[in-house]
Write a protein that binds this ligand. Structure first.
Ligand SMILES: NC(=O)c1ccc[n+]([C@@H]2O[C@H](COP(=O)([O-])OP(=O)(O)OC[C@H]3O[C@@H](n4cnc5c(N)ncnc54)[C@H](O)[C@@H]3O)[C@@H](O)[C@H]2O)c1
Length: 250
């Protein structure tokens, strides 16, 4: 078991990519905190982890609110201990031309993707520095590196997370804390169903994917476990795409 007794907090883990990450850590012996706005779905993931013999707890918290995140991290400390591995996974995207977006759309995309990541990092970083161990993995998107039309505000928010992750990596490397970004390509989750319909369906999109298929949530989870592993101790401040060759950004 690669992550025996490590305390892992995964945001937005009630479904999609976050769920797959939480299940993967559960199978590797971690104590998994399943955060989501939707407590019912988070509880379902906890049940799945427990039925595989793992340990997990569900916490409802809105990551856009620092007080809620801090309360969540305190609750985790009491039950499992301080967070060893933080996966900033929860995200939100507005699919519109920029000219049609509203300030409320901007707040949502930037709030969940960027401010949510800042809040979660803020709540765990002192403990990681103090114990001289930590792994932070941000789930981003190549929209943040190449810019995607109809996702302009989201592209900016993910670009912010990428740059923040690189800067934080340099600040905390001396304390044995690593920070890396995983840029997911289109991955089959409940959240992308409407996007897939909008682009004319999965079959049409697959043609642009050299690997011949879209991503599965487990593909992203495998990358997260790679960055979290002891063997990746010397890898920090990096961004890799997991997109079946769709994006090959240098
Ligand atoms: N699926 C893709 O194609 C794709 C591609 C690139 C990047 N990503 C990124 O991967 C991550 C996961 O995407 P997904 O497709 O699994 O999404 P999803 O919409 O299927 O699931 C996201 C989960 O996050 C939760 N959430 C949303 N706002 C929250 C908040 N404020 N606080 C706590 N939880 C909140 C939702 O309730 C939901 O359960 C996101 O950061 C997304 O931007 C996804």
């Amino acid at each position: 078991m690669k992550f025996k007794d490590k305390v892992v907090l995964v945001t937005g883990a009630g479904r999609g990519i976050g769920r797959a990450i939480a299940l993967a850590f559960g199978k590797e012996g971690a104590k998994v905190v399943v955060n989501d706005l939707n407590l019912d779905s988070a509880n379902e993931v906890v049940k799945e982890i427990e039925s595989n013999g793992g340990a997990a707890m569900a916490i409802k918290a809105d990551i856009t609110k620092l007080e809620e995140v801090q309360k969540m991290v305190d609750e985790v400390k009491q039950k499992f201990g301080s967070v060893d591995i933080l996966v900033n996974n929860a995200g939100y995207w507005t699919i519109k031309l920029f000219k049609d977006t509203t300030p409320e759309d901007w707040q949502k995309d930037i709030g969940v993707c960027y401010i949510g990541t800042l809040n979660c990092c803020k709540a765990v970083i002192d403990d990681m520095i103090e114990k001289r161990y930590g792994r932070i993995i941000n789930i981003v998107s190549d929209a943040g590196r190449i810019g995607e039309p109809f996702l302009s505000v989201y592209s900016g928010a993910k670009a912010a997370v990428i740059a923040f992750g690189k800067a934080l990596a340099k600040e905390v490397a001396r304390y044995d804390v690593t920070v890396n970004n995983i840029a997911a390509g289109v991955t089959k989750t409940p959240g992308v169903e409407s996007f897939l319909k909008g682009v004319g369906g999965e079959e049409k999109l697959i043609k642009a994917y050299p690997r011949g298929r879209l991503g599965e949530p487990e593909d992203i989870a495998n990358g997260v476990l790679f960055f979290a592993a002891d063997e990746s101790d010397y890898i920090t401040g990096q961004t890799i795409s997991i997109s079946g060759g769709y994006t090959t950004v240098g």
